[in-house]
Design a protein around this ligand. Sequence first.
Ligand code: GRF
Length: 217
Amino acid sequence: MIRLMEPGRLRLGVLASGRGSNFIALWEAIERQDLNAEIKILISDKADAPALEAATKRNIPAVFINPQEFTFRQEYEQALVGELMPFKIDLLVLAGYMRIIGSTLLGTYKNRVVNIHPALLPSFKGLHAQEQALVYGVKFSGCSVHLVDEGVDTGPIIKQAVVPVRQDDSVESLSRRILKEEHNIYWQSLQLLAQGQVYLSGRRIYIKDRNQEVGER
Ligand code: GRF
């Protein structure tokens, strides 16, 4: 069993491709002092991502790195690592980042890349998870915070939240209900990491109570 993070203030790097509401929710949790962390930089692969503006507005360095300028994913990720390195981040946080993470980032940040997915994994991986859930006809869906591994949405799960699926739900209404929970469980998961409470054994995550020892399993 390995402890994922030692207790302390987390230095975060955020990758985002879109609107950035999860980034903002993390920032707000930090402001409220619910989350012991600092967001050191936000990087986007989309020049017009609202997340870039949201970061700038909050005095967080915001950088656009254009993937089109690189032939191979490895080169693009090397550029990301180059940008992240000076900030000595503890954790790379994916917040609506729409690219697959390759071996360069995973090798640099082993067990230190986290993602949020708008479904109860392992169901409905990949794109349009909320729509997949509606079409399938599940009665409950939700969201999952997980470590990123080589697969798409397959890494060890840190936290999940469940929401009901209603008969009259549209993709939009279900997405809204799930997003509300995303905005809670992301910072809560990161705070558990900041408190040094998160352990990994195989693909199972154990949350150690602050007063309780987790024995070898
Ligand atoms: C969220 O639903 C997240 O689960 C998914 O992408 C969406 C990003 O939203 N990975 P935002 O950009 O954080 O508002």
